[in-house]
Design a protein around this ligand. Structure first.
Ligand code: AN7
Length: 356
């Protein structure tokens, strides 16, 4: 017998190098992010009929969310530029990713998070990776404006998605979708919070088209939670509310990028309710074997809504990005589910419950 593969996945910088800003080999900080599976949703045919539905499961990145794609580049560049510290505001996943990559790079990390409204798994990651975690008695949007101000005036590199290297890294997810499918999907559905990801995917698809690698472009379909939908409303929201804490954002940094993705692609940015988000969250876990975090399920919730509204057609290929892992937020899973049964250690009683 022989080894079947000479090299394993090298992380997004090395794998997609020719499409990314140049970076010195010695400065690359990677946890071998990317190469996430595109999984066929085989058990949603009762909802989608002859529409082909694929799930890009970004929860399988090293820190459990898509943020790692951009963070590898942002932190590598920070290292190359000689930074000693990185800084971000976050609804949770950016802080987890920033903390992990900073630890790998030997940089100090400062993360500002809204107190009491980030999921437990994400907080535990930021703490474990040794970031200085500052819980702000305020919103994500307030934290982000403080971070912008500090990074303007002090020697610390901001790694929020306003940092262009974040978007550059995140666009590799669109490349992977094309590589897997052999073409671009008809529609690409995404949750929208700070709007960096929809901006990045659109950039990625456009680049692959400009190189002649794909010949058509998807319509970009972004979904905000109804209580946190500034782009849909057309103005910032002061006190955004949604069960999907990752996208509880009232004034997205990449607002213009999202509008551009929507308008150039002929897509939409619309809302889904918390009920729709939780329903899709449960569907994915109970039928497709995929546990994603609530915000991620906004993509599928949007697709279901578009199907109901007659926007999608038979034969379409749609991709829904599932941005983060369900284990990030065990509280929401448990809080929104029936309690597990309790039973005595008695085999007869257990068999009875099992229906035997
Ligand atoms: C699981 O971590 O903004 O529209 O600070 O964690 O690119 O912001 C997270 C956002 C979707 C929205 N799904 O993406 C942060 C943060 C998950 C997320 C989004 C986020 P963007």
């Amino acid at each position: 017998m022989q080894l079947t593969r000479k090299g394993l996945w090298d992380g997004v910088i090395k794998e997609f190098r020719k499409f990314l800003p140049e970076i010195d080999d010695d400065c690359i900080v990677t946890l071998r992010e990317g190469n996430t599976p595109l999984i066929e949703a085989v058990n949603l045919k009762d909802i989608f009929g002859a529409i082909r539905v694929l799930l890009k499961y970004e929860g399988l990145n090293p820190t459990g969310s898509f943020k790692d794609r951009g963070m590898t580049l942002a932190v590598s560049k920070a290292k190359e530029e000689g930074a000693r510290a990185v800084l971000c505001a976050s609804t949770g996943n950016t802080s987890a990713s920033c903390a992990a990559y900073a630890s790998k790079a030997g940089l100090k990390a400062y993360v500002l998070v809204p107190e009491g409204s980030i999921a437990l798994g994400k907080l535990s990651q930021a703490i474990m990776h040794g970031a200085v975690v500052l819980q702000i008695r305020g919103s994500f949007d307030e934290a982000l404006s403080i971070v912008k101000e500090i990074s303007k005036n002090y020697p610390v590199k901001m790694v929020n998605s306003i940092n262009p290297y974040r978007i550059e890294g995140q666009k590799t997810a669109a490349f992977e979708v094309c590589e897997h499918l052999g073409y671009a999907p008809t529609y690409h559905f995404l949750p929208v919070g700070n709007a960096g990801n929809i901006t990045a995917y659109w950039q990625g698809y456009r680049e692959y088209e400009s190189y002649g690698i794909i010949s058509s472009l998807p319509k970009m379909m972004g979904f905000q939670a109804e209580g946190a939908a500034p782009i849909v409303l057309g103005h910032p929201v002061d006190n955004p509310q949604t069960v999907a804490s990752a996208i509880r954002i009232g004034n997205p940094a990449s607002w213009q990028g999202a509008l551009k993705a929507r308008d150039e692609s002929g897509g939409v940015i619309e809302t889904v309710t918390d009920e729709e988000i939780l329903e899709s969250y449960r569907l994915l876990a109970s039928r497709e074997g995929i546990f994603c975090e609530p915000a991620s399920a906004a993509s599928l919730a949007g697709a279901i809504r578009m199907k109901k509204e007659g926007v999608l057609s038979d034969g379409d290929t749609i991709v829904c990005t599932l941005t983060g892992h369900g284990l990030k937020d065990p509280d929401t899973a448990i809080r929104t589910s029936p309690k597990p049964l309790q039973v005595e250690p008695d085999i007869k009683k257990i068999l009875k419950i099992m229906g035997f």
